[in-house]
Each structure stands twice: as C-alpha cells, then as structure tokens.
Design a protein around this ligand. Structure first.
Ligand SMILES: Cc1cc2nc3c(=O)[nH]c(=O)nc-3n(C[C@H](O)[C@H](O)[C@H](O)COP(=O)(O)OP(=O)(O)OC[C@H]3O[C@@H](n4cnc5c(N)ncnc54)[C@H](O)[C@@H]3O)c2cc1C
Length: 482
C-alpha cells in the first residue's frame, strides 16, 4: 500500500481531484471509502434507466449502481475516472418511487425507496417488515443486495422476503424475475452485490403490524471467556430472537491493552398481546446509543422494536467492523477463539487512537440465496441450518486515518485465521478480505452466480475491483486494468 503523510494513494488522488478536477465524488456513510466517476446519473423513471443503459452498452461504459453507501468496505465503489479508458458512471435509482400494496401480503416498490421511509409508509397501511437490520438507513435494494439481516434463529435475511424483481441488464434489456416463473434464478438475484444489473423494483413479503416486547438485561462480564460464552450460549437456548451487545472493552492507554468492562447487555424480542403506548423508540437506548447498560422493557410495533431509525447512528467517529456468519454449532469455539485471537493481536493496535471495542452476537436462519452469507449449501446433515453472527466493532476517539487503516487491515485477519475452521463467511459490506478460494468453498453456488453475471454483463460494466478480487471474476481483470 502506498501511503503519503498517513493518507493512502487512492484517497490522495480523490482529494486532489476534489480540489482540481470535475469528477463526481462518491463516499460511503463515514466518508472513508470513496471513488470518483465521470458522471452521476439519476434517471427519472424505469424507461430512463433502460435508455441510459442501452446508450452506454456499445461504449462499454462502467456503471456502478449505488444505494445509500451504508457499508464498511469497497463493495459499492465505482471504478475511478481515468483508471481505464472507459467512462465511469455512478447511477442512483433514487427517483423510482413506485409503491403498490398487493392483495397477497406483498408490496411492490421502486428502487428509490429508503428503508426508513418505506417502513413509515407501510405503517400507514398497518403493515410491516418482520425482517430488518439493526438500523434503517439503507436504500431498500441496497439492503437486499447484500443480505442485510437482524437477529433470530427463525428469522432470515431481508433478501429472502423478495418474491419478484425487475432488472435491467448491460444491453438495456428489462427482465422480470419471480418466484413462480424463475424460482432458481431468483436465488441468484436476491443477493446480487450490484453485479447482475440495475434492479428497478422489488416485490417483498409484508405482514400485518404486530407488537413485540423487547427486554434488555444487564449481564456480567468476565475474562474467563469459556464461562462468559457458556452463559450466552444457554441464553440463546432460551431466547430465539436475541442480540447480545458485548462484551465491551475499553482501550487502556497506559497499558496499551483492552480492558473488559464489568457489564454488558442483551436484548430479546417476543410476541405480546400488548396494545398500549409504543415506547421502544422513546427510549434513547433502544437505538443502541448512550448509556444503555441497564435493564428495561419496551413494547412497539415490530419494525420499531427491532430496528432503529437514522438517529441510531450515535457516534460520528470512524469505526471499523467485521461481521462473520458461522453455523451456530460452532458458537462456543468461535466466541472464545475470536476473543482470544483479538487479545493476542492487541500489540498491533498499540500507539493508535483506539477507544472502545464491542463484540455483538446475533443468530440468523439460513437460506438458499446463492450469495447469502447464511447460505446452507455446504452444511452437513447434522447442522441445524441456523447461523451465529459475530460482529466486532473497533471505535476511535477521533477521526484518525492511521487508526482506521490499521484497524481495517487487522479486521481482514480474522477470516484468514478462522474462515475454513468454522465455515465462516463475511458480511459483503463489512471488511470482507479478498479470497476467491474461500469464497468458492463457502458459496458453492458461486460458479452459477458468475455464469449469470457474465450473461447480464458480458463486457464487465457492472463490476469493480472488489467484485473481481472477491469473486475471482478473471475475465474482467483486463477491462478494469487490474
Ligand atoms: C453502522 C452500520 C450498521 C449496519 N447494521 C447492519 C445490520 O444490522 N445488519 C446487516 O446485515 N447489515 C448492516 N449494515 C450493513 C448494511 O445494511 C449493508 O451494507 C447495506 O447493503 C447498505 O445498504 P445501502 O443502501 O447503503 O447500500 P450500498 O452500500 O449503497 O449498496 C450495497 C450494494 O447494493 C447494490 N445496489 C444498490 N442499489 C442497487 C440497485 N438498484 N440495483 C442493483 N444493485 C444495487 C450496490 O451496487 C452495492 O453492491 C450496517 C452498516 C453500517 C454502516
């Protein structure tokens, strides 16, 4: 990696171009991942998307369709202007705001909807999603395309709720794909990583609004990780829809090590016949912000009970994050060994501007989307099909580039260390290290996905460096000057 005064080369080029060039600059939510394209295009309707793509096909222009950039890695970046001899476009479908409420408990929505607005709109019709991430700031197609998920051993990711979609391929052909007529193909398109074309609308399952009771309990932490995680493991046997926020660690600047906080907390959700005041979003801690290590109970409509609105992003400091999915049967080994590995690697973090480190555990029911991190294709007959999900967040005191880059590099090491041992898969938008060999072993349907990718995108217009390296799309290497 080339670094100038603590700044990586691509970022430096980006900043120079911001000052002197005429490129369009795209950034992710915390502004540390970015790219520069020649143009930014936001067609006003689906026909406009088709026209634009048709016009760009003969020129083999590079096209990156973006949602809201709510990720931690390079999945969504465009190919930088000037890196190839092709024109680079960023396309946003934000203007596609169709909304149809169907009679069969589904809704058909344009790709322009953000999850937050859609949830509010559905509430007006007494409908809600059962399946959401912890936050609601994503674009609906952006969220689906990476397999955004919440928690629950009977809950699958958001993409599993897609029953149909419309997609524009590189030639500008518009195709409808649905459960009835193209059920196998839909498995490839649900989690598509932006590599299969521009999805203009999706049809999603919804349900009548119902209430959930959310219980949050303070738990005691200990450095005896076997004891700590045995307790969590038995808590998971009692509560099928639970997030464990912890253990928490604080950076001790004197000893330059992580010190475990004495307490942390877990929240679980269960159905209730409560019909009183909806109060989960009234409690600031329901958003995961502030001093939340205390017992409380709240009740709310399902979306508000399980996910928080944009104000839930409560820190403006850089942070790095990994999230790995593994068969739940490995829970104890994963929890103990990831924690021990993190502690053993701490010397690499010395001298940087670290503040807090938070482990988070969730569960997720497996599914059959080809590129789902919780896909069940390589599971054995004894596996339950439920996945454990471990997230580690490294938070900083200040926005310090050196610390962020150090933590991001370090984040990659976990999958290299444990990927094959625990059949672990990374969230696509959270510091996934590039390892096509591992990708093939944990995504056995990758070859089928790549065949569809080639059909949809014969001239490599929809891919970027991340996709080429992660999925091993060798045919596109030259096109991107890699
Ligand atoms: C603080 C934080 C908390 C998070 N919490 C969770 C969580 O609880 N659970 C979880 O699973 N994830 C979580 N995420 C990850 C996040 O949900 C995903 O990264 C999601 O993909 C972001 O959506 P977006 O609209 O911002 O997508 P973007 O990053 O903009 O895009 C994601 C992908 O979708 C593609 N795409 C977008 N629109 C289209 C389209 N119209 N057609 C085709 N492809 C398209 C893009 O090309 C890209 O490949 C979190 C991220 C952050 C930063």
């Amino acid at each position: 990696m080339v670094v100038f005064g603590g700044i990586r080369l691509p970022l430096l080029l980006l900043l120079l171009n911001a000052a002197f060039g005429s490129a369009h600059h795209w950034f992710n939510w915390q502004y540390e991942v970015g790219c520069q394209s020649d143009t930014f295009v936001a067609p006003s309707d689906e026909a406009g998307v088709v026209d634009f793509i048709k016009q760009e096909f003969p020129k083999q222009s590079l096209i990156k369709v973006v949602g809201n950039g709510h990720g931690f890695g390079n999945l969504t970046t465009c190919v930088n202007k000037g890196f190839t001899n092709r024109t680079s476009h960023i396309v946003s479908l934000t203007n596609l705001k169709k909304l149809e409420i169907n009679k069969d408990m589904t809704v058909t929505v344009g790709a322009g909807w953000d999850v937050y607005d859609l949830v509010n709109e559905l509430k007006e019709h007494n409908l809600s999603f059962n399946y959401l991430g912890a936050m609601r700031v994503q674009n609906i197609v952006g969220a689906i395309s990476t397999g955004t998920h919440g928690t629950g051993s009977k809950i699958t990711n958001m993409a599993t709720q897609v029953t149909a979609l419309r997609v524009v391929d590189a030639r500008g052909n518009l195709k409808s794909i649905d459960e009835k007529n193209n059920s196998e193909e839909l498995k490839a398109f649900r989690i598509n990583l932006g590599a299969l074309g521009l999805i203009t609308e999706v049809t999603l399952k919804v349900q009548p609004t119902y209430f959930l009771k959310k219980t949050t309990k303070v738990l005691n932490a200990t450095n005896d990780y076997n004891k700590l995680y045995t307790e969590l493991s038995s808590l998971y046997k009692k509560h099928d829809r639970m997030t464990v926020w912890g253990p928490h660690f604080d950076w001790d600047s004197k000893t330059q090590t992580w010190a475990i906080e004495p307490t942390f907390y877990a929240s679980w959700w269960e159905p209730t016949n409560y019909t009183g005041t909806r109060n989960c979003t009234l409690n600031y801690c329901a958003n995961g912000c502030g001093d939340c290590i205390k017992d409380y109970i709240c009740y709310d409509e399902t979306s508000d009970a399980v996910s928080c609105a944009p104000q839930g992003i409560c820190s403006s400091q850089f942070y790095a994050e990994i999230e790995h999915f593994f068969p739940m049967e490995h829970f104890m080994d994963v929890a103990v060994n990831y924690t021990k590995y993190q502690q053993a690697q701490t010397p690499k973090m010395k001298g940087f501007d670290n503040d807090k480190m938070i482990f988070q555990f969730r569960t997720l029911k497996g599914d059959d989307s080809y590129m789902s991190p919780a896909n069940t294709y390589n599971l054995g007959p004894k596996d339950s099909g439920v996945f454990g999900v471990l997230e580690i967040d490294w938070m900083q005191n200040t926005n310090h580039w050196g610390t962020l880059y150090n933590n991001q590099e370090f984040a990659h090491d976990f999958l290299n260390e444990f990927g094959s041992a625990y059949n672990a898969r990374s969230h696509w938008n959270k510091m996934a290290p590039n390892d096509p060999k591992h990708a093939l072993s944990v995504f056995p349907k990758l070859p089928e996905f790549l065949k569809i990718q080639e059909r949809q995108d014969p001239n490599c217009q929809f891919v970027n460096e991340f996709l080429v390296n992660q999925l091993g799309i060798e045919r596109c290497r030259t096109a991107l000057n890699l």
